[in-house]
Design a protein around this ligand. Sequence first.
Ligand code: SAH
Length: 255
Amino acid sequence: MRRWLALLIGVLLLATILVGAGVLITSWSPAPTPPVESPGPTSLAPDAYAGQRQRMVREIAAQGVTNAQVLAAFQAVPRHELVPPEMIPLAYADRPLPIGYGQTISQPYMVAYMTELLELKGGERVLEIGTGSGYQAAILAELGAEVYSVEIIPELYERATANLARLGYRVHTRRADGYYGWAEHAPYDAIVVTAAPDHIPPPLVQQLKPGGRLVIPVGPPGLYQTLWLVIRREGDQVEMLNKGGCVFVPLTREQ
Ligand code: SAH
């Protein structure tokens, strides 16, 4: 009987030791990771639109733009920072918006489609005609291009230049009639024109590198135009591909 008692005490002792060790083991855990710093008001502001941007990117993709880098650029650029304050609630709607002076920031899908047609890999020299809000220029910069952008309206040139700098985009801007391109920095790997002339300006083709791509809407002002992809081949040869109907503000000319 005493042996049984001794055995029972032994078992109880062992159990106590094991439970104690178990407590020790379970109470051990790696050093707690520091809590994630809660975002302050400034870091919260751009992110407040991330969800809306994601929806916009999904809409662009659903319409057929599939290039992953292009879609990532649209997820990154804060479009709401480049539209006039009263247009901020509509910044991520897939539609063009007025930016003042009778001009519009193009529909996101159209900007994405034109950007995809340029087939940028990063590091290219790209000329944009029609800086407008600076949105297309920011997308091109986000894709790693060295961007040159020409705008004819002084107020839009100034506003876009200031906004792009404020957002940290290194874009070279110039106020001039973009019909003549920007010869000083030519030749370009790609040129994108965001206002419609009634013919392709010859200086733009001349400022393309061989193999370079020009995306340009051409047609009568106020009506539907045709989006053309022009690829410069050897010498003065060009290949012209019709990329469908579009609507752009007219390319105006300096008198
Ligand atoms: N890419 C712009 C779209 C702006 S709309 C954006 O992302 O917001 C087209 C722009 O082309 C307008 O700002 C208009 O003033 C400009 N434009 C029209 N004719 C021009 C010309 N000859 N040279 C340069 N810019 C011109």
